[in-house]
Ligand binder design. Structure first.
Ligand SMILES: [Zn+2]
Length: 647
């Protein structure tokens, strides 16, 4: 090794140590990529350099164990709805999606992250603080303003949650690991535990996301009166949280479970059930815990009994979005105490893969209260597997789209019907059940969403079992739904790839319906947090629904724009466009919220349309900062931003 090379190695190592220190103190000036580049350079020159193997700047070894101040217990679990309801009694619950990640505990003393550990054996866990510091959603600090706002006086706050790997990030991580010469991970669930247990490459943790699910104060319980408030607090602090909902009646519990069931199939982070906790925290203290689990929480999973039966027929139906799905009718069989005669087959690929046909002996599974599922063929009957070529509703020729069969006819009666039903559910027209809607369709009184608004009291009286009182109520509910928030209106159109929160963001950004309809996909993709693909889906979805939108407005619908909290206009922000980059002291989302409230917009990329780049270090030499300087864009530090917010 030449002297010159030795100098270069030393210089690189010092640089890495310096930047790592900055990173751990929450003030990085290099992007992850730039930091990786430094490490790569050093690795090329000296692959065994100790700096590369060092775990953070902490003096603790990676296999340090830390005691949990309050044991991290398991959860009581059930597969049976009745058991869940019996446990619930008449109490209000808070349901949340049960993410299937690795449990993590983050301890904050006076708002500062002082400990991060795994669940371990429940009494002591592995110290993972150096890894956690790479994870953006593991906040290094809690915003004191938020703590004050929520009246939290505990100096000890423990946030517990799940560390998960998003499907997409898993792909990037796999590639990255391959380039590092590490063994390729098998699945997103295992990789989290794998990286957490690794001594080196702790920066790979940056591919993970932490979802906060629980919060403990000094007495080991939530410092809030209600569980729901706990989640509001976590969200406002800037944590990611799972989907939560308050439920009380049996119907609400069931509807939430069917939501979760559906959600699990598409959840990119991996989820395996629902967790319910008693909403009143006072009850938690009263009920306490066993040595194994808290008595005030219950998880619900779908994983049930199986049975073998005969496949009698396969029926195909078209969904709201035109997907043609198969359902099997089977010889009635008892499973977990219920008689089963229908089994979902998911999609056409399942039918083709297993060559399903009438007469097959199949094994089915019933998990909780949902529709039972097909598991496998036990004994196949001779013959051919038949798959439809035309839509069962409109006879249009079907398209094959990956694992699905699609009807592309937008006037397809089944799709239109499902679309109107979706509107009714989103807007909340109670009592107009699927059955009643079907009758209105059969009588040709409803053929599209807007037709609902021309129905008279008499039209309802023509339906069986509908008396004067109900007819008037139905009519009044429909009429009152003419005035709804614009985001609800747009959500009711059932456009693929966009939910209520997406529409709310678009409404906040563009201001009114007209502007949203005029926006092209590049304008939407510019908004912070929107991807090009979903922007395109939104634009084409709106285009497809333009007839519906016109008809609804003509029918007297007057969607209104809800202001994002109280808007206060500030000339430093009004009509200006912002880009955020680097790690900030405050949670990113709360900065975005403040900008929107002050009348500004936040976009993804630096371009000539941008007015201000908010950046951790305005002197940074990063490409974003350079480009901004070249374009004459103002660069504000977070401190300057806070000043400008005060006028
Ligand atoms: Zn069709």
């Amino acid at each position: 090794m030449s002297l010159q090379e030795a100098d270069l190695i030393k210089e690189l190592a010092d640089k890495i140590l310096y930047h790592r220190q900055l990173y751990y103190s929450g003030k990085p000036v290099l992007s992850d990529h730039e930091f990786d580049e430094l490490e790569n350079k050093l690795r090329k020159l000296d692959p065994k350099h100790p700096v590369l193997a060092m775990v953070g700047t902490s003096s603790l070894a990676a296999d340090d164990k830390i005691k949990h101040r309050f044991p991290m217990l398991s959860l009581a679990k059930t597969y049976v709805l009745d058991d869940l309801l019996k446990w619930q009694g008449d109490r209000e619950l808070l349901g949340s999606v049960k993410l299937d990640g690795n449990s993590l505990s983050l301890v904050y003393i006076n708002g500062k992250l002082t400990e991060a550990k795994t669940r371990g054996n429940g009494f002591e866990g592995e110290n993972v603080q150096s890894k956690v510091s790479w994870i953006e959603s593991c906040l290094p600090k809690l915003n004191w303003k938020t703590i004050k706002k929520f009246n939290i006086n505990d100096s000890f706050i423990e946030v517990r949650g799940e560390l998960c790997c998003h499907e997409k990030k898993f792909e990037s991580l796999s590639q990255k690991m391959e380039t590092l010469g590490l063994e390729k991970p098998s699945n997103p669930r295992n990789i989290v535990a794998g990286i957490l247990g690794r001594k080196h490459h702790e920066n790979l943790s940056k591919y993970f996301d932490f979802f906060a699910c629980d919060l403990l104060g000094e007495d080991g319980f939530s410092p809030f009166d209600k569980e729901a408030d706990k989640f509001k607090f976590l969200l406002e602090l800037g944590f990611l949280i799972p989907e939560v909902r308050k439920v009380q009646t049996k119907e609400q519990v069931e509807s939430y479970l069917s939501f979760v069931k559906n959600y699990i199939d598409f959840e990119p982070y991996g989820a395996d059930g629902a967790v319910f906790s008693i909403n009143r925290v006072e009850e938690h203290r009263r009920m306490g815990s066993t040595s194994h689990h808290p008595r005030f929480k219950m998880s619900f999973k779908w994983q049930g009994e199986t049975a073998t039966t005969e496949l009698l027929s396969i029926s195909w139906s078209t969904s709201r979005l035109g997907v043609v799905t198969p359902v099997a009718e089977v010889k009635p069989v008892t499973l977990s105490g219920a008689t089963i005669s229908n089994v979902t087959l998911h999609n056409v690929s399942r039918v083709v893969e297993h060559q399903l046909k009438v007469g097959d002996q199949i094994e089915i599974v019933r998990s909780g209260e949902v529709i039972p599922k097909f598991l496998r063929v036990v004994h196949a009957k001779k013959g051919q597997c038949l798959v439809p070529t035309h839509c069962p509703s409109c006879q249009f020729k079907l398209l094959e789209d990956g694992v699905r069969l699609l009807c592309s006819n937008t006037a397809c009666p089944a799709q239109v019907f499902r679309g109107v039903l979706n509107w009714i559910q989103v807007v909340g027209i109670e009592d107009l059940s699927e059955k009643r809607l079907q009758l209105l369709f059969d009588l040709e009184k409803v053929n599209k969403i807007a037709d609902l608004y021309s129905l008279s009291v008499k039209d309802f009286l023509d339906l069986p079992m509908v008396k004067d009182k109900l007819a008037k109520k139905l009519y009044a509910t429909i009429q009152s739904s003419k005035s709804i928030p614009l985001a609800v209106f747009l959500n009711g159109l059932g456009i693929h790839g966009a939910g209520q929160s997406t529409w709310k963001e678009l409404v906040d950004f563009f201001g009114d319906l007209e502007t949203i309809l005029e926006a092209d996909s590049s304008a939407i993709a510019e908004i912070d947090g929107f991807a090009e693909k979903s922007a395109q889906q939104i634009v084409s979805g709106l285009k497809l629904r333009s007839r519906d939108i016109k008809d609804l407005i003509k029918a007297g619908l007057a969607p209104y724009v809800e202001l994002a909290d109280k808007k206060f206009e500030n000339n430093n922000f009004k009509d200006k466009t912002f880009v955020l980059t680097g790690t900030m002291e405050r949670p990113r989302q709360s900065i975005v919220d403040d900008i929107i409230k002050a009348g500004g917009k936040v976009v993804n990329a630096v371009s000539s349309k941008v007015d201000v780049l908010i950046i951790a270090d305005p002197k940074s030499k990063s490409s974003k900062a350079k480009k901004a300087r070249d374009l004459g864009i103002s660069l504000w530090s977070e401190k300057v931003f806070t000043e400008k917010l005060k006028f």
